[in-house]
Ligand binder design. Structure first.
Ligand code: PHE
Length: 344
């Protein structure tokens, strides 16, 4: 084989072997194999040590060309391997925007809180402010100052959880009204709503719960009359149950109001003609109300010859049940997500 053929053969081999190398590590091995101190080109040069000067000149030129070729092949392959690495990295990091996203579970405010807030908004819109008080209350504020002295038979209407003789879980949010009247010192007008949890020693069933939520309102002023109460109740009924609702007042008894009344709202299902929801009467009992009893005003520091007022109180659960057609009060407390999620 001629020297030129031999060189050509090395060049051809380099083209083949370098073109299939895939890693920089293997490429370095190839470099050493062809161009290293003990590589093929070095071997080749050694074999030529006995050539004539003329021959050496020619061989030198030709072998340089092969070395340049191999160097070029190595460089090109190196660039190719590095580019491929970058491309693979980019491909592995690319986003597939067609994949379905993760659905995050967004919570819902509890329906009782939603109804409470709706009531708050309604009354705030009429100039009321919100007052809150403790759930553990003293007998004096829960009963006595509301015209319910010890041994008053009407205490039976609100079976109570007593903690001691003088301490109990409040049975209504009316003690917040007592606290406010005492705080205002019998001088200023009052216009408040009192939302909150209350407790009664009831057996739990579809319409009773030993813990529930109330929403009460109190207005005390020098010129407050029953017609103010009536207007407020009508506004409440229309805003909460629909514009074409009307109201009906029936005489009732509460120790803290005189006169006292039960308030009915015309049935939102049948519009008043009678159906299963209103038990054929066309009316649904919704809340209790009345003009603040003079005794209560006096016990709480207001001169009943100058001041008068009205109060109303409702159960938030009952309002929510009527508004959304819920038939069992226990749904509110059992935390079944299928129930709770309906009220988005
Ligand atoms: N506090 C009464 C109750 O819980 C409700 C009520 C409030 C009635 C105001 C009339 C006036 O039974």
């Amino acid at each position: 084989m001629s020297i030129n053929e031999k060189l050509k053969q090395i060049g051809e081999e380099a083209k083949k072997t370098i073109s299939i190398v895939d890693t920089i590590h293997d490429l370095n091995n190839e470099k050493a194999r062809y161009l290293g101190k003990k590589g093929l080109m070095a071997e080749f040069m050694k074999m030529m040590k006995d050539a004539t000067i003329e021959e050496k000149k020619e061989i030198g030129k030709a072998s340089n060309e092969v070395k340049q070729l191999i160097t070029k092949l190595l460089d090109e392959r190196k660039e190719y391997i590095e580019n491929k690495k970058v491309e693979e990295k980019l491909a592995s990091e690319s986003l597939d925007v067609t994949l379905p996203g993760k659905i995050s579970n967004v919570g819902v405010r509890h329906i009782l809180n939603q109804v409470t807030e709706e009531l708050e908004d309604l009354f705030i819109g009429m100039g009321y402010i919100i007052q809150e008080g403790p759930e553990i209350e003293i007998d004096e504020f829960n009963f006595e100052k509301l015209n319910l002295p010890k041994d008053h038979p009407a205490r039976d209407m609100q079976d109570s959880f007593y903690i001691s003789d003088e301490l109990l879980l409040r049975t209504h949010t009316s003690p917040v009204q007592v606290r406010t009247m005492l705080e205002y010192g019998g001088k200023e007008a009052i216009k408040i709503v009192c939302p909150g949890k209350v407790y009664r020693r009831d057996d739990d069933d579809a319409t009773h719960s030993h813990q529930f939520m109330q929403f009460e309102a109190l207005v005390v002023d020098k010129m407050t009359t029953l017609s103010d109460l009536k207007g407020t109740l009508l506004e409440f009924a229309k805003k909460l149950f629909g514009d074409d609702r009307s109201i009906r007042l029936r005489p009732s008894y509460f120790p803290f109001t005189e006169p006292s009344m039960e308030v009915d709202v015309s049935c939102s299902k049948c519009g008043g003609s009678g159906c299963n929801m209103c038990k054929g009467t066309g009316w649904i009992e919704v809340l209790g109300a009345g003009m603040v009893n003079n005794n209560v005003l006096e016990l709480c520091g207001y001169d009943s010859k100058i001041y008068q007022g009205f109060a109303l109180g409702m159960g938030v659960e009952r309002i929510a049940m009527l508004k959304y057609g819920i038939d069992d009060i226990r749904h509110f407390y059992t935390n079944d997500l299928r129930f709770l999620k309906q009220f988005k």
